[in-house]
Design a protein around this ligand. Structure first.
Ligand code: I3P
Length: 383
């Protein structure tokens, strides 16, 4: 497994006398004089409020059982323009410096508060999830292995369990990162059943819905100021391209430090193309590299025994490229990927009906490939 060259997500090292607070000395090509700090908020992505959590531990060791606060990264930009704090749910931190000193990258894409913790250089600790652990175990000798982060097992730290895995950014210089959540469905069938049996309207989800579309909630949801989780997830899927294309863009972090997670209404192929063109800065070669990687992934999925026997929900494709032309795509996030009962298999490209557990992953991948092909040919015809 270690033979595979895997880009890595890195978290600041623990111990070694180094401060647990990540002091960034460089930000991209232009130093930001160590004025970058990460902060954490459980407020919504579009909220403008900020919290003042300063340390890595504060940031990463959320002990809430589900750790579902939205992570906010705030870049304290110490420039003449005095740029505002950027707030995002997707977190990426770039190399600590251009020298041989330790890189202090880390990424939490579309993740939840407290999901990551410091580990040895080139690796991260991700909050333990039994589903994800079993997925990594089963992937050890699967055709998908070259496309998932290298997994080093379960470790205990500060009384908590974590999955120890490779850092996906280490081989990049000032990476650009995009998280695409795959599939037509982003919740488990059992969540649907639970919500039906014991509906628990949530105000936070209601607020997130209203923020995007004040007409989103039904009159009843408006009056109770709450929506259930599956209802929110289904609404998210219909507003974005999940239902229409079988994938959606969750977040983007560019090498210039800008971050975007406002893709809840990015639905049509044209919308997605615009985002990809911007993401690669019009560089068709990057799109072509992504395309060939996606085709390899599609081939591996077709051959994968794991894929046949799992309902893949909430998993993402992580796109990473940098100015050197290095471009990769990785399959990440198996927290909701669940094994099917013995003897059951999925096609991944037929419509979901409750009970069939289909996820539309392959259909989404096909549409994603098609979309990038359209970007590529449009770009090539302009050259
Ligand atoms: C969140 C997103 C997450 C989901 C989270 C949602 O919505 O769908 O995938 O977590 O549920 O709030 P959004 O992208 O609009 O912020 P899971 O995938 O773990 O279910 P949560 O609020 O229960 O954490």
């Amino acid at each position: 497994m270690d033979a595979h060259r895997v880009p890595q997500v890195t978290i600041t090292p623990d111990g070694g006398g180094s401060s647990r607070e990540m002091q960034q000395e460089d930000w991209g090509a232009n130093a930001m004089d160590g004025a970058l700090r990460r902060k954490l908020s459980t407020s919504s992505v579009s909220s403008t409020g900020s919290s003042a959590v300063e340390s890595e531990d504060d940031l990463l060791s959320d002990s809430e059982s589900k750790s579902k606060g939205i992570v906010t990264l705030e870049h304290l930009v110490d420039t003449a323009e005095n740029k505002p704090w950027w707030k995002l749910k997707t977190i990426v931190q770039w190399p600590f410096s251009a020298t041989q000193r330790r890189k202090l990258n880390w990424v939490q894409l579309a993740g939840h508060k407290g999901n990551f913790k410091a580990a040895d250089e080139g690796t991260i600790l991700k909050k333990y999830s039994e589903n994800e652990m079993w997925c990594f175990e089963r992937l050890r000798d699967d055709a998908l292995l070259p496309f998932v982060p290298v997994y080093h097992g379960v470790v205990e730290k500060d009384g908590e369990s974590f999955l120890h895995m490779a850092d996906l950014l280490a081989s990049f210089d000032l990476p650009n990162v995009m998280d695409c959540k795959m599939g037509v469905r982003t919740y488990l069938e059992e969540e649907l059943v639970r919500a039906r049996e014991r509906p628990k309207p949530r105000e936070d989800l209601y607020n997130k819905m209203v923020e995007v579309d004040s007409e989103g909630p039904t009159p009843q949801e408006h009056s109770q100021r709450g929506v259930t989780k599956p209802r929110y997830m289904q609404w998210r899927e219909s507003m974005s391209s999940s239902n229409s294309m079988g994938f959606r863009i969750e977040g983007i972090k560019k090498c210039d430090g800008t971050c975007r997670t406002d893709f809840k209404r990015t639905r049509s192929e044209q919308d997605v193309m615009v985002v990809f063109k911007d993401f690669v800065g019009g560089n068709v070669n990057i799109i072509k590299s992504y395309l060939s990687r996606l085709m390899e992934i599609r081939q591996a999925l077709t051959a994968s025994e794991f894929f046949k026997r799992h309902e893949v929900i909430g998993s993402s494709l992580l796109f990473i490229h940098d100015h050197t032309g290095n471009a990769q795509v990785w399959i990440i996030d198996f927290g909701k990927t669940t094994a099917l009962p013995e003897g059951h298999m999925l096609k991944h490209n037929i419509p979901w009906r409750e009970g069939n557990r289909e996820d539309g992953y392959l259909w989404g991948l096909q549409n994603l490939i098609h979309t990038l092909e359209a970007v590529s040919s449009e770009g090539s015809s302009r050259e």
